[in-house]
Design a protein around this ligand. Structure first.
Ligand code: KG4
Ligand code: ZN
Length: 327
């Protein structure tokens, strides 16, 4: 089954064609990073206009690189939410239009499920597993018991992981998008240089506001003297990745999961991936671990087409579905 996916929930205009949810035939991403860099973050109205400018070109390029004609596609899909409403509308209307013109089904997809499904691409992963989903808008541990069958076991009570990365990066004077910059500097810093706090919250919660404030205080303490930026990055990164994985492992053990999976933009983080793969060792629980390929961690449409195959939104009349901002 060939599915055409469209992703426009934030600042990437992306299309992909994926066979049977796992085999990527073509994958095109047009990033708006350069536009938003001038503002230090994503400006929703600007992002929506850029999607409008890019969508037709990205759709055409996706067909061209695949060497596939639109009438060979079995279904068209797009992210319906959560995300920026004006941005989502562009992708949703493009996918609905293609489905009407070529008389094929339209399959709406939840963005968070799409991030999880990125793990099915080029792998043989099958449920059950426990997934740590860390993106710019969400932080969740999800017990996935079957395709389209999951339960949230923990979530953040304040900032999302990617959001904390971006805010701490800004405190350190790093350019947008901060997460990836912080990760780069952390790699040459001393991760034990500073002891930063881990929040004392319940097993089903994450909280990062205390950590963020601690970094702010640390930054302020270097007023007038040169700040050891790389050491601060490395110490912050060590603290947050430890918190995330410790809780995920605890939940996986409680749930009897033998497989742990990463998802979302922060799944591209070097230290998080390194620590994830340490969980394969017998002394760390002999877990099977999966993380999406780097290009499928941050927003892309291959994961949307995969989710349309494995975990479509269950709605009675997809063509009447509207976009949604939260969920
Ligand atoms: O999943 P995503 O592309 O968009 C959302 O659905 O939110 O995630 C974007 C987030 C941003 O906050 C970005 O800074 C973060 O993922 N990110 C990273 C890295 N690459 C992207 N955070 C830490 N380390 C990275 N290497
Ligand atoms: Zn995302």
């Amino acid at each position: 089954m060939l599915i055409f996916g469209i992703e426009t929930s934030c600042d990437e205009t992306a299309c992909a064609i994926v066979k049977d949810g796992r085999e990527v035939i073509s994958n095109v991403v047009a990033s708006q990073i350069k536009t938003h860099q001038a503002f230090g973050g994503v400006v929703p109205e600007v992002a929506a206009r850029e999607h409008l400018d890019a969508i037709n070109i990205v759709v055409e390029e996706t067909f061209a690189t695949a060497g596939i004609e639109p009438d060979e596609i079995d279904a068209f899909s797009s992210t319906a939410g959560p995300g920026l409403v004006g941005c989502l509308l562009v992708g949703l209307n493009a996918a609905k239009t293609l489905s009407l013109v070529y008389n094929k089904p339209y399959i709406p997809v939840n963005h968070l499920n799409a991030h999880v499904c990125a793990n099915f691409i080029d792998t043989r992963l099958e449920p059950p597993f426990t997934c740590l989903l860390v993106s710019g808008g969400h932080t969740q541990v999800i017990n996935v018991s079957g395709y389209g069958n999951s339960a949230i076991a923990a979530s953040t009570i304040d900032d999302a992981t990617g959001e904390v990365y971006d805010k701490v990066a800004r405190l350190l004077g790093l350019p947008y998008p901060g997460g990836i910059q912080l990760d780069k500097l952390a790699q040459s810093g001393n991760r034990y240089a500073f002891k930063l706090p881990e929040a004392k919250v319940g097993d089903d919660e994450f909280s990062f506001s205390g950590l963020k404030t601690a970094v702010l205080r640390l930054v302020q303490s270097f007023k007038g003297v040169e700040m050891p930026v790389n050491d601060i990055c490395a110490s912050f990164q060590e603290t947050i990745t430890t918190t995330l994985l410790n809780k995920t492992v605890k939940i996986a053990k409680k749930n009897g999961s033998k497989t742990i999976v990463l998802a979302g933009g922060v799944a591209a983080n070097s230290r998080l991936r390194e620590k994830l793969f340490e969980l394969e060792k017998p002394e760390n629980g002999s877990f099977s671990v999966f993380a999406p390929k780097m290009k499928y961690c941050t927003d892309n449409a291959a994961m949307v087409a995969s989710a349309a195959y494995f975990n479509p939104m269950k709605v009675e009349n997809p063509l009447e579905l509207e976009v949604f901002s939260r969920g």
